[in-house]
Each structure stands twice: as C-alpha cells, then as structure tokens.
Write a protein that binds this ligand. Structure first.
Ligand SMILES: [Zn+2]
Length: 80
C-alpha cells in the first residue's frame, strides 16, 4: 500500500476520537502530541468505538508491553 498518494488517517481518528494531551493510565501531561499514542483496550484495531480507546503516554506503552495486556497500540498519527 502506498500511503504517499492518500493522506493517512488513523482508524480511531476516522471514528472521531481525539487523542488527549493527558495519559489515561498515569495522568502524565504531554507537552507534545507525539508523547501520547492511542490504544485499543480490547486488542482489536478495527474496533474504534470511544469506549475501546485510551490515550496513553510513551512511558505507559513500555509498561503495557511488559504487562502482557491485551491492549494494542492503534495507528500512529503522522505529523508532517
Ligand atoms: Zn502514562
């Protein structure tokens, strides 16, 4: 798939979810949007309903990864 032709929009964004500036897990306040990523808590990246989405800071991303949780990182935003 060549993403240069079309602007890439994350699935969670297509559904109207807005990435927060505060981590939903630890309360970290991000200075830059790239410090927060969106997670799908049921592990299904196609399920972008609001209740399935969390804004998570990069520090928590590492912990979630180690905790063997079903949470999956959603599509990344690209800032051009
Ligand atoms: Zn956090």
């Amino acid at each position: 798939m060549d993403r240069r032709k079309k602007p890439f929009v994350p699935r969670w964004k297509q559904k109207g979810y807005k990435q927060k500036t505060t981590c939903d897990r630890c309360g970290f306040r991000a200075k830059y949007p790239s410090q927060i990523v969106v997670f799908h808590v049921n592990g299904n990246l196609d399920d972008a309903t609001i209740t399935n989405l969390r804004s998570i800071c990069l520090n928590c991303v590492v912990e979630i990864d180690k905790d063997d949780s079903p949470w999956k990182q959603g599509d990344l935003m690209r800032d051009f």
